[in-house]
Design a protein around this ligand. Structure first.
Ligand SMILES: [Zn+2]
Length: 89
């Protein structure tokens, strides 16, 4: 539900200022979610979870929000050296 100045999300009213911070946190999270084979953030090079990702997660927690997950963004590494890791259930 959208009003003139904010969004009602799961019963919580978010002012447009807070909404902007949540949106910003989502951008930060998206930018710092992927890590390379050495376990470091592909964006800033820190060990994951990097400080900017942690900051974004804290922002979501502060406002009682959950980040949106985008399939494929985390670039989950397939375990190539194990047989049957992905196909078998
Ligand atoms: Zn990072």
């Amino acid at each position: 539900m959208t009003t003139a100045s904010g969004v009602l999300t799961a019963g919580l009213y978010l002012s447009s200022g807070i909404q902007n911070q949540v949106t910003q946190a989502q951008h930060e999270l998206d930018a710092h979610i992927a890590s390379g084979p050495d376990g470091r953030c592909l964006n800033c090079g820190q060990d994951e979870p990097c400080s900017r990702r942690q900051e974004a997660v804290r922002a979501f927690a502060r406002y009682g929000q959950l980040p949106r997950r985008r399939p494929g963004l985390a670039r989950v590494r397939p375990s190539g050296n194990r047989t049957g890791g992905l196909g078998r259930r």
